[in-house]
Design a protein around this ligand. Structure first.
Ligand SMILES: NC(=O)C1=CN([C@@H]2O[C@H](COP(=O)(O)OP(=O)(O)OC[C@H]3O[C@@H](n4cnc5c(N)ncnc54)[C@H](O)[C@@H]3O)[C@@H](O)[C@H]2O)C=CC1
Ligand SMILES: O=C(O)CCC(=O)C(=O)O
Length: 426
């Protein structure tokens, strides 16, 4: 095993695998295969800027494991991205796809860039350059990118178009999360949040947060981007009061609830911290964690809840829409305090599940209505939520460990089914 090459975030992520392995009788092959990524490619993307200069950006694509199918996972554009982060995110994708029983392995990609500093034309050139650099790796049967932090349908559309130009034929199934006009699926835009919302509604009674006459249910959303924004609105549509939100530039507390149109306008002007209104006050980002609430939804980046701020949390339920938002140290504190954490590899799996639906529709050339997408997503979230809940009850363990046991059992079956005489492919 190439353990000396694994970074701290991936090592931390792998500690969840070790915890789950204790509940399964696993062949040594499994730990060997899942203990490090299959391949991580790095490229230097050199693009022409609008002013005529040239600028280089570092980019990666990791295919962590493809035992269960082509690797699948988003591409992130972020100034702090690293190879370690990409590999940890690809590891989480491997488990997320197994948890949801999708016929995929796990992958992830990133470009180290602040996309807010680029013009639209520069962003398009950079996105097309990414596909040119990794065209030998990605493909509808091999590795299928999707959106992640600071990438969206427009970026996915450029990438699918570039891949089609390079291969000489349109290949919409190479990328998911595309604009609907280019073969994207209805319902992909809010799928990450909607999946988490369906899960929460299904488990609400068990978690003690069901709707009851006269009961106030309050939620905090950390990270008001694609996942967080849709979640805030879905929760509000169900009677929840959103009492705190944050983004990369600020945070606000609003004990009486939030006017979403005003919030979107504030975000467009420069961040949610600019929101004004009755009872609304600007606070430090960590302060929203301490607000009285029944639900906390981390929907920003990894490691946002750590040993230094976990003590602030009062909410009895944490639903992870972000990947890896809680460090293992903080997770232990939450579990010891009896706080239920619905883990990322289940709670935010709605995005990749609808990405799978998009890929299926692209390959069939037969498109579904939005209601059908929602119905299938709801069924998938409830099915795997129940299966993991059964493991929680049977083994007396927390939801995260149960989710890893659930995914690992499927991965171990697939690894065993591949036989023992394979070579590089493992
Ligand atoms: N887009 C997708 O399909 C999926 C996304 N995720 C995860 O959800 C999380 C959010 O992703 P998206 O909503 O897609 O990204 P996005 O780019 O739409 O939004 C990210 C949001 O996080 C905020 N943010 C960044 N740093 C922050 C900080 N220090 N404090 C508070 N807020 C901060 C940004 O201002 C932005 O509002 C990430 O962890 C991502 O990996 C998970 C599953 C699927
Ligand atoms: O939709 C996908 O394929 C992957 C989304 C993603 O990157 C994630 O779930 O973290």
């Amino acid at each position: 095993m190439l353990d000396d090459e694994r970074g701290p975030l991936l090592r931390q992520a792998l500690s969840r695998l070790d915890a789950a392995a204790a509940y399964l009788d696993l062949d040594q092959d499994v730990a060997e295969k899942l203990g490090a990524p299959r391949e991580t490619l790095k490229a230097r993307l050199l693009i022409r800027m609008d002013d005529g200069s040239r600028r280089a950006f570092t980019a990666w694509r990791c295919r962590y494991d493809d035992t269960r199918g082509p690797t699948k996972g988003g591409i992130r554009y972020h100034p702090a991205s690293t190879m370690d982060e990409v590999e940890a995110l690809a590891f989480w994708m491997t488990f997320k796809c197994a948890v949801m029983n999708l016929p995929y392995g796990g992958g992830k990609g990133a470009i180290r860039v602040d996309p807010h500093g680029l013009s639209r034309a520069e962003l398009e050139r950079l996105s097309r350059a990414y596909v040119q650099a990794f065209a030998g790796v990605i493909g509808p049967e091999r590795d299928i990118p999707a959106p992640d932090v600071y990438t969206d349908a427009m970026v996915m559309g450029w990438m699918a178009d570039e891949y089609g130009s390079l291969t000489g034929a349109p290949a919409p199934a190479v990328v998911t999360g595309k604009p609907v006009a280019l073969g994207g699926s209805l319902g992909r835009g809010d799928a990450t949040a909607r999946g988490g919302w369906y899960l929460l509604r299904h488990l609400a009674a068990r978690l003690g947060v069901e709707d009851q006459p006269g009961r106030v249910r309050r939620a905090i959303v950390q990270g008001y981007g694609n996942a967080g924004r849709h979640m805030a609105r879905l929760l509000a549509s169900d009677g929840w009061t959103i009492v705190g939100v944050s983004d990369s530039r600020g945070a606000v507390a609003a004990p009486g609830g939030i006017d979403f149109d005003a919030l979107d306008a504030a975000k467009a002007r420069g961040g949610v911290g600019l929101l004004e209104g009755p009872g609304v006050r600007r606070v430090d980002p960590d302060e929203i964690l301490a607000l009285d609430a029944e639900l906390l939804v981390p929907a920003a980046l990894e490691e946002m809840i750590h040993a230094g701020n976990v003590h602030l949390i009062t909410a009895p339920v944490v639903l992870e829409l972000a990947n890896g938002p809680v460090t293992p140290e903080a997770d232990e504190v939450l579990t010891a305090r009896g706080i239920t954490v619905l883990p990322d590899i289940l709670a935010n799996a709605g995005g990749v599940t609808v990405s799978y639906f998009e890929w299926v529709q692209n390959r069939q050339g037969w498109y579904w209505g939005e209601a059908e997408v929602h119905e299938r997503l709801k069924a998938a979230m409830e099915r795997e939520g129940d299966a993991i809940g059964d493991r929680v009850a049977a083994l007396g363990i927390d939801w995260r460990t149960a989710a890893y046991v659930h995914g690992l059992a499927r991965l171990a079956d697939a690894i065993a089914a591949h036989g023992t005489q394979t070579d590089f492919r493992g």
